[in-house]
Design a protein around this ligand. Structure first.
Ligand code: SF4
Length: 125
């Protein structure tokens, strides 16, 4: 069964695995638990940060919004499609091909930054 929603916590209760898509591309995939409690890609991280959920482990989280709007897919941007809305973007993000990077056990994400770099910036916010 394919279940489509913007609410990752809702998916946590109905599915084993989650794929997050942005502007027509899969930007991260992992198990439901990993994606809800440990999102890596800045868009997945932003989605989780913008939803009020009662799940234990997410209570007390500060709610944040993802600024901007998705790109025009008739003319998708060069480089990372999330770059215009990503607060961690660098000039390289707008011009480089963005690799789909594997990590952990069957997880992957599409970003120039390493998992360690992203987790460090999230921790310091
Ligand atoms: S590649 Fe750059 S712009 Fe895209 S999600 Fe990663 S840090 Fe943000």
């Amino acid at each position: 069964m394919l279940f489509i929603t913007h609410e990752l916590p809702l998916l946590y209760n109905v599915t084993d695995d989650i794929m997050v898509m942005y502007a027509g591309q899969i930007v991260e995939k992992g198990t439901a638990k990993e994606m809800v409690f440990d999102p890596v890609h800045p868009y997945s991280h932003g989605l989780m940060g913008s939803i009020l959920v009662p799940e234990e482990g997410t209570r007390g989280m500060k709610i944040t919004a993802i600024p901007g709007t998705p790109p025009n897919l008739k003319k998708p941007p060069q480089g990372c499609r999330f770059a215009e809305r990503c607060k961690y973007a660098t000039p390289e993000c707008r011009y480089s091909g963005i690799p789909d990077r594997a990590f952990g056990e069957g997880r992957s994400y599409r970003c120039l930054k390493s998992v360690e770099e992203l987790k460090e910036v999230y921790q310091n916010e």
